[in-house]
Ligand binder design. Structure first.
Ligand SMILES: Cc1cc2nc3c(=O)[nH]c(=O)nc-3n(C[C@H](O)[C@H](O)[C@H](O)COP(=O)(O)OP(=O)(O)OC[C@H]3O[C@@H](n4cnc5c(N)ncnc54)[C@H](O)[C@@H]3O)c2cc1C
Length: 197
């Protein structure tokens, strides 16, 4: 059975797609594609039709009927740079494998997330988990951004001083804020990627 080449995936392989102010998502590698889903389904259903239209129809049929395991035969690995507070929510999706940069081994870079003014808003009146759809005026939004930046600079200056003073990296990092960017390799199968999305 042939190794699956997916031209659409090859076209974006290794390309960094910018996310937020300093983050990115990059497809590192993939295993399988539509063809693999169809091959896997045919193993369970036996042989059968092989035309492209019929393959597409089979994929639709599998999705419609929640015969989801053939989609688990397709695996994608992403390299993601994201703020730690986003990473905290992301890892709640447990059906994936990941390797993250270690603040115990490495000196963390000075990359912090500061929201765009358009993303700065008051607490929502009807959604306990979110913000109001209306952004703040320019001036108060800049004050919020300045407060974030000042806290980040202070925390990073302390971190740097502790590192330079020889304090263990695993300790020096503990006051760094959730807005610090982290990076990881994240691997997930297509079924669970659909769920995640
Ligand atoms: C709007 C929103 C608000 C949230 N608020 C909070 C919050 O306040 N606090 C908080 O802690 N989390 C919160 N979460 C996270 C949420 O509880 C889930 O942990 C997260 O969405 C991952 O979902 P999942 O378990 O379906 O995904 P995955 O972990 O990717 O699992 C995928 C599927 O695999 C199956 N599965 C995986 N692990 C198990 C298992 N151990 N046992 C049985 N089945 C399993 C389930 O069918 C699951 O749906 C929130 C999520 C959302 C979307």
């Amino acid at each position: 059975m042939a190794h699956c080449i997916v031209p659409e995936a090859d076209a974006v392989l290794d390309r960094e797609f910018p996310v937020l102010d300093k983050g990115f998502v990059r497809l590192v590698d993939y295993l399988g594609g539509d063809e693999r889903v169809v091959q896997a389904a045919r193993v369970s259903y036996g042989g059968g039709t092989k035309s492209y239209r019929e393959d597409a129809g089979l994929i639709d049929y599998l999705l419609r009927n929640r015969h989801t395991s053939p989609f688990e035969q397709v695996v994608l690995t992403f390299h993601v740079k994201l703020p730690i507070f986003v990473a905290r929510q992301w890892v709640r999706h447990r059906t994936a494998r990941l390797n993250e940069i270690s603040g115990r081994y490495s000196v963390m870079g000075e990359d912090f997330y500061i929201p765009d003014p358009a993303d700065i808003a008051l607490q929502s009146a009807d959604n306990k988990q979110g913000r109001s759809a209306e952004a703040l005026e320019a001036e108060p939004a800049e004050e919020v951004r300045a407060a974030f930046a000042a806290g980040q600079e202070r925390a990073y200056a302390d971190y740097k001083r502790l590192i330079e003073g020889g304090i263990a990296r695993e300790l020096a990092r503990i006051n760094l804020p959730l807005s610090l960017y982290t990076e990881w390799y994240w691997q997930i199968d297509l079924h669970n990627l659909f769920h995640f999305l």
